[in-house]
Design a binder for this molecule. Structure first.
Ligand code: MN
Ligand code: MN
Length: 292
């Protein structure tokens, strides 16, 4: 089973979809390891033409690389993600990872560090700013913290937050982490907030699916009400597209889904691809080829 319209081979690909079916540090509902395939199955229910961007996906050099073949603890998985993403960057392929749990972002960002000038935008209901959780430093609950150590805290922006511990809040404020709650975004607007957050030339986007309201996306590991809507997340993609160099979609949890969450995840993957392609900063040669 591959992602719909992702039938380019690795040699010619400009977008690489990689599944990371791993959820071992889960703290509440497990099952996000089933997400890569659930999202692939759901992708076939959508038209290959993306209306909003006027992009026909069948013409695009998208390759489904299958799933990461690595088993073991979270540190081994993160190392393996880093290796795979490094390979993609070297070949100028845009990495698009399907989790799995949020910790895979740490591996992805480690690989992307080589590009220099990288900011990370994290969409998440949770701050994920614990130093460790259940004695694990690379837990899904520590992602923002680890990523902020990799790129320094000023290069991280978290959007859609509405849950954190008191300690996380203190620590984030002490360190100067830029995080914006749903209320803040609704008052100040997404485009303006992103514009004011001084993003670098290259941006990596991590979408923890619990950023959506659970009424929109019920199938997640840690649902938290009062979240963002589809339109708001699409605005984030739209604003960031000219700078995007990679992305991940994590924490979709099929055993708790009514089907809609996987379809939305597939849609977000396609929107990211279409938006980035439309900006035209992908390889010009590949673009010319697809015109014929
Ligand atoms: Mn979360
Ligand atoms: Mn998270």
């Amino acid at each position: 089973m591959r992602f719909a319209d992702a039938d380019a081979d690795f040699k010619t690909a400009k977008f690489g979809i990689l599944g990371v079916p791993f959820d071992a540090t889960v703290s509440y509902r497990s099952g996000s390891k089933f997400a890569p395939n659930a999202i692939r199955v759901a992708s076939w229910s959508l038209e290959s033409y993306v209306l909003q961007y006027d992009v026909e996906l069948t013409n695009l050099p998208i390759c489904d690389l299958g799933d990461l073949e690595e088993y073991g603890n979270v540190n081994l998985i993160i190392d393996a993600v880093e290796r795979e993403v490094r390979k993609l960057i070297k070949k100028q392929i845009f990495p698009l990872l399907l989790g799995g749990e949020h910790s895979l972002t740490i591996g992805s960002v480690r690989a992307l560090k080589v590009k220099g000038d990288v900011s990370v935008v994290i969409l998440d209901a949770h701050l994920d700013f614990r130093d460790q959780y259940l004695e694990l430093r690379n837990s899904h609950a520590c992602v923002t913290k680890r990523v902020s150590e990799l790129l320094t805290v000023k290069n991280i922006v978290v959007l859609g937050v509405r849950s954190m511990s008191k300690e996380e809040r203190c620590c984030a404020e002490k360190e100067g982490l830029k995080y914006y709650t749903v209320d803040y975004l609704q008052e100040h607007g997404i485009a303006r907030t992103l514009k004011n957050s001084r993003l670098k030339q290259n941006v990596y986007l991590s979408v923890d699916f619990d950023v959506f309201d659970p009424a929109v996306a019920p199938g997640v590991s840690n649902p938290e009400h009062g979240g963002l809507g589809v339109k708001e997340v699409k605005e984030v993609i739209d604003v960031l597209a000219p700078k995007l160099v990679g992305a991940d979609i994590v924490e979709v949890c099929p055993p708790y889904d009514n089907g809609n969450t996987s379809v939305l995840a597939a849609k977000i993957v396609r929107d990211i691809i279409a938006a980035v392609w439309k900006c035209g900063h992908m390889h010009a040669e590949a673009k010319a080829k697809s015109m014929h």
